[in-house]
Design a protein around this ligand. Structure first.
Ligand code: SER
Length: 743
C-alpha cells in the first residue's frame, strides 16, 4: 500500500492545474495515477480508484464543489507484489522448520491479507466490486489492496480540501533547475513545477480519517500507523481467519485494534493463533509436507544384488526390496519432516551384480529420481549426482590367502628378541660371579683351583635356569641374591614357554602379498567384485593394466584365491571392507592384508541439487548419533568368526621392555649384596691381623704401599682361617664381623 501513495502524489504534484480562472478553488482538480493494469493489484486498484472518485465527487461537502478527476496510466511496475511475496515467504519460514520448497504448498493452506477493520462501508465496497473479486477468487490479498487504493483517493481528496482551506493555490512556474543542458529531446525547460507542493505534502502527512481500512494516519516517517495482517486458513475453496499479525502486537487471535489500547505484556493471546484446519479436515498438524514431485512418487532404483544379498536384494516371496541399505533408507526417510512417497525399482539382471556406476548414471540422466543401496561415494560419481553423508564406511582392502608358516629350526629363539637374549646371558654370568664372590670365603664348593672356580661360576648360574644347581649357598647375602634371581628365572622361563607356544601354534600363517604396492608392481591377476568401482579405481588411479584384472562374483572369491594366479585364479582380490568382512566371517583361510587403502563410504544417490540429499544426510547423522544405524547393522550382520592372522611374529616377540623392571630388581639386589659384603671384608681387613699383616703396629690402616694383591689374597682366605688367626692373637674385632658374615 505504501508504495501506491508516492505513485499518486508524484503525478499529482506535476499535473494538478486550475481549470477555470483565478479562483483559489478550481472547479476540477486533475490527478494522475500510475498503475500496472495487467496485475492483480492494478486491476482491483483501478476499480477502487474509480469507486473512490465517484464517492468523493458525489459528496460536494468533501471538496466544497471542486470535482476530482483521476487519470490512470499503465506501468509495468510490479515491485510491490514481489515485495509482498518475499515478506510472506520470510514470515512463513520463520514460523517453523519448513524448507523453502514447501512454500508453494504452504501458501495454499495459510496465507495473509492486509488487515482492515470490519465496517459497513467495507461490506458495501465488497459488494460493489464483487464481480471482480469473484473473478480473482482464491486471492485473498485482493480486497485489501482495493480498500487501501480507495482510502488513498479519499486521503488525497481530504488533503486537497485542507490545502485549499489553508489558502493553497494551484499554480505552476518555471524552475531554473529544469533546463535541458544537453540539448536532448526531453525538453525539461518546457515543464512547470507545482508551487504548493510542500503545503500539500504537509496536508497529506497530517491526514487523519476513518477509512474503509480503519484509522488512516501516517507516522512521522510517512508510514501508515499500525499496519497489520489477517492470517487466513484456506479450507478447500473457502477460508477462515485464524489470527492477526501487527507490528505492535505480533501474532494474536485478538484483532490488532483491540490490542492497541492495551499494554503489550498483559496480552494473554499474544503469539497464539486459532488451530489450523489442514487438508483432510484435521487439526492435527501433519508431520510435514509431501515432497513436491508434481504429485508423483519418487522412482528410486536399487541394485539387484546377487552376492551379499544382506546389503540389498529383492525378497523372493514378497517381491519387494529388502536388506541393510533399505532399512537404513527407510529409517532415514521416516525422520524427514515431510512425507516422501517413493517406489523402489530393482536395477540389474538378477544373474550378476549390476554395474553400480550405470545405476548412478541413471540418476544423473533422470531415469531414476534417486538410488539406494551399497553405493560407494567416489569422485567420478559425485561429479554427476549428489550423495548423502555416508552411512557405512567401507574402503578398499586386499583380500589374500594365508599359508601355514613352515616350522623353523631356529623357532626356539623366536620368543625373545636378540637384545633380550644378550641381557639374559649377561645376567646369568653376573649372578654366577656375584654368588661366587659372596660364597667364596665361606663355602668350600666355591673354592679350589681358578679353572675349577670359573667352571663353578658358569655351571652354577646356568643350572639355576632349571633350578638344578648342585652347590649349596651358605652366606645370607648369597642366599638373598639367589632367591631373587630364582624368581627372575621363573618369570623368564614361563614367559619363554608361553611365547614359544603361541609362535608355534597360532602364528603359523603367512601371505605372499605384502600390500597394495607389491600387488600393483607384481604380475599376478587381481580380482574385483563384478560391477564395483574397484575396477576403474585400479585402472585409473593405480595404473594397473586392465588385462591383469578379473571380475569375480563373491561366490567365486574363495575358488579363485585358492587356485592362485598361475592356475587361472587370482593372487589377491581388491574389494570393499564391508563385503570382505562378511566373506572372512565364513572363510578363515583368507585374510585382509594391510590397512584400508581408500577411505570410501556408502551413501544414497540423488539428482544434482536435490534438497532431499541434504535432508537425508541430516537424517543419517541423526540415525548415527542415536545408535539406530548400529542397531540396523547388528540386525543384518553377525560378527566375523575369524580374525586377520597376518601380524608379524615380531610383534609377538618378548622384548626387554617387558622385563626391565624384573632385571632392575635383580641388579639392585646383587649390587646391595656386594656392597654389604665388601664393607664387612674391608672392615675386617683393616681392623684385624692377618698372615698378610705381620707388623702389629700397622694393623689399624693399610699402608698406601700395601699392594692390592695382599687384599685379594685376604679375600681369598677362608673365613675359618681368619677366625683362627683372631683366636691365636686373643683379639676379637669390634662388631663381630665374622659372625655377621657367616649367619
Ligand atoms: N559398492 C560398490 C560400488 O558402489 C559395488 O560393489 O561400486
Amino acid at each position: 500500500m505504501l508504495s501506491l501513495l508516492p505513485l499518486l502524489l508524484c503525478i499529482f504534484s506535476s499535473t494538478i492545474r486550475a481549470a477555470q480562472g483565478p479562483s483559489p478553488r478550481p472547479s476540477v482538480v486533475h490527478v494522475g495515477a500510475l498503475l500496472t493494469f495487467d496485475s492483480t493489484i492494478g486491476r482491483v486498484a483501478k476499480v477502487a480508484i474509480d469507486a473512490a472518485r465517484e464517492d468523493v465527487n458525489s459528496d460536494p461537502a468533501v471538496l466544497a464543489g471542486t470535482r476530482l478527476d483521476i487519470e490512470m496510466r499503465d506501468t509495468n511496475c510490479s515491485g510491490f507484489l514481489g515485495m509482498a511475496e518475499d515478506w510472506l515467504s520470510s514470515l512463513l519460514d520463520s514460523k517453523g522448520p519448513l524448507s523453502s520448497y514447501t512454500m508453494s504448498t504452504m501458501q495454499g493452506i495459510i496465507t495473509l491479507r492486509q488487515h482492515t477493520e470490519e465496517s459497513e462501508r467495507k461490506s458495501d465496497l465488497i459488494s460493489r466490486w464483487g464481480n471482480l473479486t469473484r473473478k480473482e477468487s482464491g486471492n485473498f490479498r485482493l480486497n485489501s489492496y482495493g480498500f487501501y487504493a480507495y482510502d488513498t483517493v479519499w486521503m488525497l481528496a481530504k488533503a486537497i480540501d485542507s490545502f485549499f482551506d489553508d489558502g493553497g493555490i494551484i499554480s505552476f512556474s518555471n524552475d531554473s533547475r529544469l533546463q535541458d543542458s544537453t540539448a536532448g529531446t526531453l525538453h525539461l525547460d518546457a515543464m512547470n513545477i507545482f508551487n504548493g507542493g510542500d503545503l500539500l505534502l504537509d496536508k497529506v502527512r497530517s491526514t487523519h480519517f476513518d477509512g474503509s481500512t480503519g484509522v488512516f494516519q501516517f507516522d512521522s516517517d510517512g508510514n501508515l500507523i499500525h499496519p497489520a495482517y489477517d492470517i487466513i486458513n484456506v479450507i478447500g475453496t473457502g477460508s477462515r481467519t485464524i489470527g492477526y499479525w501487527s507490528n505492535y502486537s505480533g501474532l494474536s487471535v485478538v484483532p490488532p485494534e483491540t490490542l492497541y489500547t492495551k499494554p503489550l505484556n498483559v496480552s494473554p493471546s499474544r503469539d497464539q493463533l486459532y488451530s489450523v484446519i489442514w487438508p483432510g479436515e484435521t487439526t492435527i498438524r501433519p508431520r510435514g509436507w509431501v515432497f513436491p514431485n508434481n504429485g508423483k512418487e519418487l522412482k528410486i532404483g536399487y541394485p539387484l544384488r546377487v552376492g551379499y544379498t544382506e546389503f540389498v536384494s529383492k525378497s523372493p516371496t514378497t517381491d519387494t526390496a529388502k536388506g541393510y541399505c533399505i532399512d537404513v533408507f527407510t529409517a532415514a526417510v521416516n525422520l524427514l519432516p515431510y512425507a516422501v512417497p517413493f517406489k523402489l525399482i530393482p536395477f540389474g539382471d538378477g544373474h550378476d551384480n549390476p554395474n553400480y556406476t550405470a545405476l548412478v548414471n541413471m540418476v544423473a540422466t533422470q531415469e531414476f529420481d534417486a538410488a539406494v543401496g551399497d553405493i560407494a561415494i567416489v569422485t567420478s560419481r559425485t561429479k554427476i549426482v549428489d550423495f548423502t553423508q555416508p552411512y557405512l564406511s567401507s574402503g578398499l582392502v586386499i583380500l589374500a590367502p594365508i599359508r601355514r608358516r613352515k616350522s623353523n629350526a631356529w623357532a626356539f629363539l623366536q620368543p625373545f628378541t636378540l637384545e633380550m637374549w644378550c641381557v639374559i646371558g649377561i645376567l646369568f654370568i653376573m649372578i654366577g660371579t656375584v654368588v661366587w664372590t659372596l660364597e667364596h670365603r665361606l663355602n668350600d664348593e666355591f673354592r679350589g683351583p681358578p679353572r675349577k672356580q670359573l667352571i663353578t661360576i658358569f655351571w652354577f648360574s646356568f643350572s639355576t635356569l632349571f633350578f638344578a644347581h648342585r652347590e649349596s649357598t651358605v652366606s645370607t647375602l648369597g642366599r638373598s641374591v639367589l632367591l631373587i634371581w630364582l624368581f627372575v628365572v621363573l618369570i623368564i622361563q614361563s614367559s619363554y614357554t608361553a611365547s614359544l607356544t603361541s609362535i608355534l601354534t597360532v602364528q603359523k600363517l603367512s601371505t605372499t602379498v605384502e600390500g597394495i604396492e607389491s600387488l600393483r608392481t607384481g604380475n599376478g591377476f587381481i580380482g574385483f567384485q563384478v560391477g564395483s568401482f574397484a575396477e576403474n579405481y585400479m585402472v585409473e588411479e593405480l595404473r594397473i593394466p586392465r588385462s591383469r584384472l578379473k571380475a569375480l562374483s563373491p561366490e567365486e572369491y574363495a575358488g579363485a584365491l585358492e587356485l592362485g594366479s598361475d592356475n587361472g585364479g587370482v593372487t589377491a582380490i581388491v574389494d570393499e571392507l564391508g563385503y570382505v568382512e562378511i566373506f572372512l566371517s565364513k572363510n578363515c583361510q583368507f585374510s585382509i592384508v594391510g590397512p584400508e587403502f581408500t577411505k570410501n563410504g556408502w551413501g544414497f544417490v540423488f539428482q544434482r541439487d536435490s534438497p532431499l540429499a541434504v535432508d537425508m544426510s541430516t537424517a543419517i547423522l541423526t540415525l548415527s548419533e542415536n545408535g539406530d544405524l548400529q542397531r540396523i547393522h547388528d540386525k543384518w550382520f553377525t560378527r566375523a568368526a575369524c580374525f586377520s592372522e597376518s601380524e608379524e611374529i615380531d610383534s609377538e616377540r618378548l622384548s626387554l621392555s617387558s622385563f626391565w623392571g624384573l632385571f632392575l630388581i635383580c641388579g639392585i639386589s646383587c649390587f646391595l649384596a656386594l656392597v654389604i659384603y665388601l664393607t664387612g671384608v674391608i672392615y675386617q681387613y683393616i681392623h684385624l691381623p692377618s698372615t698378610h699383616q705381620q707388623d702389629p703396629s700397622s694393623h689399624r690402616m693399610p699402608k698406601l704401599g700395601r699392594s692390592l694383591r695382599e687384599f685379594f689374597s685376604f679375600l681369598n682366605d677362608k673365613e675359618e682361617d681368619v677366625q683362627k688367626r683372631y683366636s691365636q692373637r686373643g683379639h676379637k674385632p669390634d662388631g663381630d664381623v665374622s659372625v655377621n658374615l657367616e649367619t
